[in-house]
Design a protein around this ligand. Structure first.
Ligand SMILES: [Zn+2]
Ligand SMILES: [Zn+2]
Length: 283
């Protein structure tokens, strides 16, 4: 049994209500990992002369739309994810059927759609145009291009310094974090990019979204009996970020850990706080 499978078993035992979504996640992740093995992406071009200046002024290395994609591999993955989704639930099955019909009738050009996946607004527009569920379409597209994005991140890793950036957004692609992570015995805090998955260090006490550092307006709560997961709330911007203490779970699959603690997101939302980057699996 692989690590992913083992962890999913553990989580299912602890929280049986998550069984279906965890099974779904496992299938998606395994399919993505298979795609990763044969991925071919072009080198991402950097404007070297600007690099240092941009970093000094707090700009990220590239923008989301600058990532290179392996479109063939992404299209194959899209079809595979559609198949998995079809079996996941009725709503996904309905959406999948609509999407396939649009592709067959050539109303949706899949490869073009995937390229546009780099810009969320474009996907939303396509969903509107064809009466599709935005969340489902975005989920399928983003999970299809994810292996390419992650490969791009690895290409650019050596261009940035994870320890000195310290800002609330990703030094590689400029996106906001989806999670924060506590690591090492001293509890160094890192942020995890919601888009490319890069991790960079940040202050222990601060809100990544509005840069608030005042202790009085930053609160937190834990999951019941779960010291591993914490929700950090900011009373200035009324947003929150989930923190995973990796000292308890080790280098786990963060998307999985996030997914298995959606009850904490519900609690935070009931308290009136918003998640800056919505969990795509929650839809
Ligand atoms: Zn990023
Ligand atoms: Zn804030």
């Amino acid at each position: 049994m692989g690590n992913l499978e083992k962890r999913i078993q553990q989580l299912k035992q602890r929280r049986p209500g998550y069984k279906d979504i965890l099974d779904f996640y496992q299938k998606v992740k395994e399919t993505q990992d298979r795609t990763k093995a044969s991925l071919k992406i072009d080198p991402i071009k950097l404007k070297k002369e600007w690099k240092e200046l941009l970093a000094k002024q707090g700009f990220s290395l590239i923008k989301k739309e600058d990532f290179s994609l392996d479109i063939e591999a992404s299209a194959g993955l899209f079809q595979a994810l559609c198949k998995i989704s079809k079996e996941a639930n009725l709503h996904m099955a309905e959406q999948e059927e609509k999407i396939q019909t649009m592709i067959e009738k050539k109303k949706i050009d899949l490869k073009k759609l995937l390229k546009e996946g780099l810009k969320e607004e474009r996907i939303e527009k396509v969903a509107d145009e064809f009466g599709l569920d935005k969340e489902v379409l975005l989920f399928l597209v983003q999970n299809s291009i994810r292996p390419s994005i992650e490969a791009g991140r690895e290409q650019l890793r050596s261009e940035v310094n994870s320890e000195t950036w310290l800002k609330g957004y990703c030094p590689i692609c400029g996106s906001f974090p989806s999670l924060s992570l506590l690591k090492e015995e001293v509890g160094k805090r890192y942020l995890l990019c919601s888009y490319c998955g890069y991790q960079w260090r940040t202050d222990r006490i601060s809100c990544p979204f509005c840069n608030n550092k005042e202790q009085g307006s930053l609160q937190y709560f834990y999951g019941e009996g779960e010291e591993t997961y914490r929700i950090d709330l900011c009373d200035k911007c009324h947003q929150y970020i989930k923190m995973i203490d990796l000292r308890n779970v080790g280098e786990s699959d963060f998307i999985l850990e996030d997914l298995a603690t959606l009850h904490l997101d519900i609690l935070a939302s009931q308290k009136g706080y918003k998640r800056s980057v919505p969990n795509p699996w929650a839809a």
